[in-house]
Design a protein around this ligand. Structure first.
Ligand code: CP
Length: 309
């Protein structure tokens, strides 16, 4: 069974194949074509942390492919009575064919995968990884630039706790990206990730200055400073509001440059950017549907035909 816990679980060839599959599934994702490839299959959607996009796009993906979804969260389940993750996973193993898990604890997705037979997809484990987000991010970048190869990408904001940037940076350097990591000092990308990126990648620069490289960027990937991960609220207050990208900041940007954000945003990405040609974040969130369809099919061993319609 094919789990997806980190981007290390996919080769570059598998990533490209999944993006191609997602491309073919776009009409199904939009609801223009019905393709019940997952009829009779049940997805366990397990969210022990808040989510709008990941939970809903997995549910949409499963339903548009004819499958069924069981939703479980900490509230309203026996987790609130103290049931362990191990025991909960044994139940999910019996009730569903595949499970998606989001959990506040780093390593919880791997722990769950080790505990059950069914495939597990990591939908975010604490400040660890978020590989299904990376797949939709890569899809969005490829749609905009026609390639994943050799792009200049700025990752901005909370790179310490930001699991989306941990997974995405890893994938991007494998496709030859030049990375500019922009964060306050206290929220720098963990040193072990930076050294891994440098060992694999072309060029990785760290800075606190958002404006310096905007004009040479192909992608600006903004992220929220994650208040919920700070052990001390005073530490959060010191860095909250450090970056605020506005439409005016993009005046000298390349015409093809895209602004992305995994969302939700707080105040780091101003609404003025929404109406520029650079904004891609709402499209990016929608791209969760076709990419997660492709991932569900892969993990369940379902072949997606070359012609879906
Ligand atoms: N991008 C993302 O993970 O969004 P949600 O937290 O709403 O799922």
């Amino acid at each position: 069974m094919a789990d997806l816990i980190t981007m290390d679980d996919l080769t570059n060839e598998e990533i490209v194949e999944l993006l191609d599959t997602a491309q073919r599934l776009l009409p199904v994702a939009k609801g223009d074509v019905y393709a019940p490839l997952l009829q009779g299959k049940v997805l366990g959607n397990l969210f022990f942390e808040n989510s709008t996009r990941t939970r809903m796009s997995f549910e949409t993906a499963m339903k548009r492919l004819g499958g069924e979804v069981l939703n479980l969260s900490s509230i309203g389940s026996s987790v609130a009575k103290g049931e362990t993750l191990y025991d909960t996973m044994q139940m999910v193993n019996g009730y569903s064919d595949i499970a998606v898990i989001r959990h506040p604890r780093q390593g919880a997705a791997q722990y769950s995968a080790d505990a059950v037979e069914i495939p597990i997809l990591n939908a975010g484990d604490g400040a660890g990884n978020h590989p299904t987000q990376t797949m939709l991010d890569l899809f969005t970048i490829r749609e905009a630039h026609g390639t994943l190869e050799g792009l200049n990408v700025m990752l901005v904001g909370d790179l310490r706790f930001g699991r989306t940037t941990h997974s995405l940076s890893h994938a991007l350097v494998r496709f030859g990206a030049t990375l500019m990591l922009v964060s306050p000092k206290s929220l720098r990308m963990p040193a072990e990730i930076v050294s891994d990126l440098r060992a694999r990648g072309k060029d990785v620069t760290e800075t606190e200055n958002l404006s310096a490289e905007i004009n040479s960027a192909d992608v600006i990937y903004m992220t929220r400073i994650q208040k919920e991960r700070f052990p001390d609220e005073d530490e959060y207050t010191k860095v909250a509001g450090t970056y605020k990208l506005t439409a005016g900041d993009l005046d000298g940007a390349k015409g093809s440059m895209i602004v992305m954000h995994p969302l939700p945003r707080v105040n780091e990405l101003c609404a003025s950017v929404d109406s520029t040609k650079h904004a891609r974040y709402f499209e990016q969130a929608f791209n969760g549907v076709p990419t997660r369809m492709a991932l569900l099919c892969r993990s369940l061993g379902i072949k997606v035909p070359k012609k879906v319609a």
